[in-house]
Ligand binder design. Structure first.
Ligand code: FMN
Length: 146
């Protein structure tokens, strides 16, 4: 049995829906998936075991990709990863967004991967399909020894 650990942000429920799909897939494979949502109310804590971050994209400002871009709603997750030694346990980032945003698609996850020097594991759109969730699960599982 593999134990997969996820920290995620979800403002409108799409990422929550994707995480729920991942949980069902993990359970049907005899694995465990622990997922914690990180929001403005979350107390900082020291992570002591590996995890993957799943983050949607909410950006405004400038050209969308330059230095003047502003991250909205998902900052709490980024700050939580920055806290203490938490970034040392981050194994990679899964991101989402809406392709209507063109070059800004999935940009927050790309920015996190760059900032924390971890792989950008997988990207999907909105709630993600069952196929997306299976792919993401298969990419994540080996990172937890599975
Ligand atoms: C105000 C706003 C800004 C957004 N900006 C982006 C963006 O820059 N790039 C992108 O790919 N998706 C963008 N999206 C789409 C969201 O990332 C997408 O709907 C995502 O699934 C939301 O996840 P959540 O429901 O878990 O919060 C934006 C959505 C909103 C409402």
């Amino acid at each position: 049995m593999t134990r997969i650990s996820i920290l995620y942000a979800s403002t409108e429920g799409n990422t929550q829906s994707f995480v729920d799909k991942l949980k069902t897939i993990a359970e049907s494979n005899g694995d465990q998936l622990e997922a914690r949502m990180i929001g403005d109310e979350t107390e900082y804590a020291n992570e002591t075991t590996p995890y993957v971050a799943i983050v949607p994209t909410y950006l405004t400002g400038g050209t969308g990709t330059g230095p003047d871009v502003v991250e909205n709603f998902t900052n709490a997750l980024g700050e939580y990863i920055e806290f203490g030694r938490n970034s040392h346990y981050l194994k990679g980032v899964i991101g989402s967004g809406n392709r209507n945003f063109n070059v800004q698609f999935n940009l927050t996850a790309l920015r996190y991967a760059d900032k924390f020097k971890v792989p950008m594991l997988f990207a999907y759109e909105l709630r993600g399909s069952q196929f997306d969730a299976v792919k993401a699960y298969n990419i994540m599982k080996p990172l937890f020894g599975g």
